[in-house]
Write a protein that binds this ligand. Sequence first.
Ligand code: GA4
Length: 332
Amino acid sequence: MVVLSKPAIEQLSIANDCSTFLPGVPLVDLSKPDSKTHLVKACEEFGFFKVINHGVPFEYMRDLETEALKFFSLPPSDKQKAGPPNPFGYGNKKIGHNGDVGWLEYMLLNSNTEADYHKFASLFGEAAENFSRVLKVYVSAVKKMAFEILEMLADGLKIQPRNVFSKLLMDEQSDSVFRVNHYPPCPDLEESNGAGDLIGFGEHTDPQVISVLRSNNTSGLQICLKDGNWISIPPDHNSFFINVGDSLQVMTNGRFKSVRHRVVANSSKSRLSMIYFGGPPLSEKIAPLPSLMKGEDSLYKEFTWFEYKKSAYKSRLADNRLGLFEKINVAS
Ligand code: GA4
């Protein structure tokens, strides 16, 4: 990672220092029989929750973290062999193509084709075999957990078939992404003396159906509550944090909230997060499920995931991407 000079740091935005620590974020124990009710409530209230007893062995997380850290410690010229993220590859500070920047470096992979892992790993010689192997093991375990959560959500909402959400991610053509973010420590933050937090990854909502995040024990993740206040999420390397994405908000006609979130940089510790973004096939029509409408008007115009993605890639990170697809319902 190249260390930024002072003026470069100043180009990055500062989050207004309005974050508070609230221990009230939903925690769902997946092994409990009543967890589906808690999952639904968490998606309605926060669009975000933490899961424990998720069934993913800790070694899977630890092994991938070790391999990812090895990758990020390579010289910049080696990491750049993966190519700029277009949409997959290695990125440093620049996020998307419309001028967003953050205090991080990252890799983006197509999580639906193992071939992509091999292609990525093969750029780094023999040692990369391990990377590709642990990535495959981790991603398939996390996907399995995501499918299960989506099926429990369908049960909790009392809709059928129970794979109504999970089938989108299970589809061979599912457009899912895997991201590993490395936020190096930012020592200059100490000098800013409470002036605010440097943005590691700017505020945004995730466009997909569901996102599954696991990080090391370094803080940084914050979510925005319904009242507009930001809260810091205490890290927990044994657990997963789940976000509702824009597509799930639409499918539930706004009943579930796609959570706005961001990451602030840390002055002394590096943060490593790995995120699976479960998305539908490109041709999939995204619209509120009739079984959830119960006489309500649809809040959204129907669109395909391809159309949504195309418009998302033209947007800035903080934009309200769903705005373009909202229906103006005229009361009769
Ligand atoms: C946010 C969620 C995922 O990280 C991501 C991001 C993508 C990217 O980094 O290339 C986007 C962003 C994300 C939404 C708006 C566009 C696209 C950067 C950006 C400015 C991989 C995704 O799918 O959408």
